[in-house]
Ligand binder design. Structure first.
Ligand code: CMP
Length: 143
């Protein structure tokens, strides 16, 4: 079964959106495999966002993501990587459709509420960065 890494960013945590976001993915039918609230170190932030190292906003991005607690999650389900991206909406909340998480709750690209892996390769990399395998479970929904 496919897995993805999702993270409620510091702005989403401060605005009490953790429950709303979990609820959306639960109601869609995906399964939560693991979750934790945590502070990200500068080192982890720089590794996680390594592909953006040369971008002008890299320093601000690292400062922001380390500015307060984040809520890191692994979700499981058929097509969860691309479905989660659809549910999050476009990176820039001003361009994100209403009904998406960023479209409903954000206005600034630097504070866009949630991060989600963009491919199978990045999902694996990001899950391994944030979780040990013994912190994740898989289970059947029976009720
Ligand atoms: P995320 O999906 O976490 O991946 C990289 C992040 O960089 C992105 O969400 C944005 O929050 C952030 N970012 C900040 N400034 C910009 C920008 N000008 N263009 C694109 N992304 C930006």
């Amino acid at each position: 079964m496919q897995r993805t890494f999702l993270m409620v960013k510091p702005d989403g945590v401060q605005r009490n959106l953790i429950g709303e976001i979990i609820s959306r993915f639960e109601m869609k039918g995906f399964t939560l495999s693991g979750a934790k609230i945590m502070h990200i170190s500068k080192e982890l932030a720089e590794t996680h966002y390594g592909e953006h190292k040369e971008r002008p906003f890299f320093g601000d991005l690292v400062d922001f993501i380390t500015s307060g607690p984040v809520f890191a999650m692994v979700w499981e389900g058929d097509g969860v990587i691309s479905e989660a991206r659809k549910m999050m909406g476009k990176t820039n909340p001003k361009e994100a459709d209403p009904g998406t998480i960023r479209g409903d709750f954000g206005v600034q690209v630097s504070m866009n509420i949630i991060h989600g892996s963009d491919s199978e390769e990045s999902a694996k990399r990001e899950i391994d960065l944030f979780f040990n395998e013994d912190q994740l479970i898989s289970y059947e929904k029976t009720m």
